[in-house]
Design a protein around this ligand. Sequence first.
Ligand SMILES: Nc1ncnc2c1ncn2[C@@H]1O[C@H](COP(=O)(O)OP(=O)(O)OP(=O)(O)O)[C@@H](O)[C@H]1O
Ligand SMILES: [Mg+2]
Length: 239
Amino acid sequence: MEKINNILEICNLSIAYGPIKAVKEVNLEINHGEFVALIGANGAGKSSLLKSILGINKAEKGSIFFLGQDITRKPTDKIVSSGLSLIPEGHVIFSSMSVLENLQLGAYQNLADFEENLKRIFDYFPVLKDRSSQIAGTLSGGEQQMLSMGRALMSKPKLILVDEPSLGLAPKIVTDIFNILTELNKEGYAILLAEQNAKKALEGSHRCYVMKTGEIAMSGFSTDLIDDPKIRQAYLGGN
Ligand SMILES: Nc1ncnc2c1ncn2[C@@H]1O[C@H](COP(=O)(O)OP(=O)(O)OP(=O)(O)O)[C@@H](O)[C@H]1O
Ligand SMILES: [Mg+2]
């Protein structure tokens, strides 16, 4: 049997919203243990691509394989229970529930290891332990992003999809969040990170795909792309 090295493989994927073609014949691969970034401007198609991996957006054409299994047309709950988790754009939380209740919801498919998972999440994000009974809507923006990440990690995913975690947050919190992503990756989680903050994304990742109007315009090792004049000009403020 052929050995499968990648954890995720996307082949010729297209997504459309009626007449709007948001993702056009995209090919993308993530290997086990890899931290891969997806950079691109507003409207490039990053969120559409991430949502399609979870089955939230249905593929118009193409296929998505996770751990060698075709997940293209599977329902989202089946995809999540197979080991994929999305940390959505805009730190989405259940604002009238407590921090702990939000984390409990993240574990709805993995109740067996609840206490162990909760301890793990509290180790990553001590602030969530301190605030576990606080109503989530009263957390700061950075704390809400951490709660959103913690909730996604409660299902013990093998691959984490992270959509613009730095959006609207202060530089210090952005640094904290990138440090946590690096730590998670070192512990073995594969990561696909969509980001407009190209500098941070390139510094933190092993490889990077550049998305432009629905297409992959460029890809390569992040250390190479950081030095690429085209990337510097378009995404890193020149020079
Ligand atoms: N539900 C939808 N209905 C119609 N068009 C949509 C929908 N969602 C996204 N689009 C369009 O698809 C394109 C890609 O949007 P998408 O949200 O994937 O971009 P993005 O790269 O995540 O941008 P941003 O960095 O601003 O989050 C845009 O032109 C957007 O207007
Ligand atoms: Mg987006």
